[in-house]
Design a protein. Structure first.
Length: 178
């Protein structure tokens, strides 16, 4: 009987903890109007910030993100090559034939930076030629926890195992007394 009560308590605590998190998508768009010109062998840096969209560091959680950048050729008939440099070593991307929406890569360091600060730095460099930047959109997926911290699954598992251990110990004690 007590084992069933303990199990019900574990399930109730798990249900309460997960009920507070709401899936959400934070979007930060930057429109470079007029289009931002990037000269040959030069760079342009900017920062996306999802704090303005309701993200709270150390409370809300982030599952993943994507970056979309619009790059346009200046129609000079020369080869244009752009490097989109994002946080981390593995997230950078090189684009040829600039014709609109290009996508930057994902990196663990970028996700860590977003989670910790709510900001995401981007640098676009002209490796060859010149071009324009039209816009940049950062889309971040995660959970809005409404200002209340939700226990992590590992914490809930440890608590459940502890309660099961207490229940098993109580059950052994009853059997020994009988």
């Amino acid at each position: 009987m007590q084992f069933k009560l303990i199990w019900a308590a574990v399930l109730a605590i798990g249900g309460i903890a997960t009920a507070q998190a709401t899936p959400v998508t934070w979007v930060d768009s930057i429109d470079f109007t007029p289009d931002r010109y990037v000269a040959p062998h030069s760079s342009f840096s900017y920062v996306h910030n999802i704090l303005d969209n309701g993200y709270t560091p150390s409370v809300d959680s982030i599952y993943g993100y994507s970056l979309s950048v619009s790059l346009f050729d200046d129609n000079d008939r020369g080869l244009d090559v752009a490097l989109i440099d994002v946080p981390g070593l593995l997230g950078d991307a090189i684009f040829f034939n600039l014709s609109g929406s290009e996508y930057g890569g994902w990196s663990l360091e970028g996700q860590t930076q977003l989670s910790r600060t709510g900001s995401y730095g981007v640098t676009i460099t002209s490796l060859v030629g010149d071009f324009f930047i039209g816009s940049s959109t950062l889309t971040v997926r995660g959970d809005d926890r409404g200002g209340q911290s939700v226990p992590e699954p590992g914490t809930l598992t440890l608590m459940a195992l502890g309660l099961l251990g207490v229940g098993a110990g109580m059950r052994k004690k009853k059997v020994a007394q009988a």
